[in-house]
Design a protein. Structure first.
Ligand SMILES: Nc1ncnc2c1ncn2[C@@H]1O[C@H](COP(=O)(O)OP(=O)(O)OP(=O)(O)O)[C@@H](O)[C@H]1O
Ligand SMILES: [Mg+2]
Length: 252
């Protein structure tokens, strides 16, 4: 599943890590693919250095290369496991339009792997070639947004991109849902924007409940731990929400 947004900083990586945390506590085996040149997921998941990274995988989508780019995550919270397909700044080379026909490479490389219950692809904050690679390799796409004017515009563009990839490259792709993140229920603007998203995309497209603004998410990131390890009411609240999202996603 691809986790994407047009806008940066809306919470894609936090959602990927939240879902990976929920999966590991259920005993599932997940793979996080870090397709963002910033490499945030790779650093937060405290992975070990790998001989190859996702940049090599896009250059040579072979079984040998992808296996050398895989590393287990250090989270010792079991019973499940999280592996990471390590990110690298040089992957940015693959984000530009080459003028050539799009031939998906990540999908080809991932086809060499089996045994994962869930594959989560953390996308860069753009709808460029890397996000297209992610969408071409996914059966589901999860859009993340914040309740703001530009956030709503970004959702519209992301939905268009998903439809375009579905039409041209990957007929198996469908929208898993829209995550509305960093919601402050007391803010009138947030209520207005969430209402607007419901009106446009319908109630069922929005993941519920919305993810509230909680410091536990930033703390978990700082500790390099899943948010469920932050033993505060906020940490529990957010980790329960991601657990509910995982249930909904696994049903799709
Ligand atoms: N619900 C939330 N409450 C509080 N802080 C949050 C929440 N969601 C995300 N954050 C914080 O906002 C920052 C951006 O989040 P994150 O890195 O997940 O966004 P992103 O969409 O992956 O960003 P980028 O586009 O740069 O990859 C992080 O520091 C994260 O801790
Ligand atoms: Mg990110």
């Amino acid at each position: 599943m691809s986790v994407l947004s047009l806008k940066g900083g809306v919470g894609k990586t936090s959602v990927v890590l939240g879902l990976a945390g929920a999966a590991v506590s259920r005993g599932l085996a997940s793979l996080v693919v870090d397709l963002d040149p910033q490499g945030n997921a790779t650093s937060i998941l405290r992975t070990h250095t790998t001989r190859k990274t996702v940049a090599d995988v896009l250059a040579h989508p072979t079984q040998a290369t992808i296996e050398e780019a895989l590393t287990p995550c250090d989270w010792e919270i079991g019973p499940g496991e999280v592996d990471v397909l390590a990110g690298h700044p040089s992957v940015i080379r693959y984000d530009s339009w080459t003028g050539q026909t799009f031939r998906p490479k990540l999908a080809k490389a991932l086809a060499h792997l089996d045994g994962y219950d869930l594959v989560l692809i953390d996308c860069p904050p753009s709808l460029g070639a890397l996000t297209r690679e992610a969408l071409a390799a996914s059966d589901l796409a999860l859009i993340v947004t914040t309740p703001s004017y530009f956030g709503s515009q970004g959702v519209e563009r992301a939905v268009q991109e998903i439809n375009e990839i579905k039409r041209t490259v990957n007929p198996n792709l469908s929208l898993a849902g829209i995550v509305v993140n960093r919601v402050r229920s007391v803010a009138e603007e947030h209520q207005y924007r969430t209402g607007e998203l419901v009106n446009i995309y319908g109630k069922s497209a929005l993941m519920k409940p919305f993810v509230p603004e909680r410091i536990a998410i930033t703390q978990a990131e700082g500790f390099g731990q899943p948010v469920g390890m932050v033993k505060t009411p906020g940490g529990r609240e957010v980790s329960d929400i991601f657990d509910g999202y995982l249930t909904a996603i696994l049903r799709k």
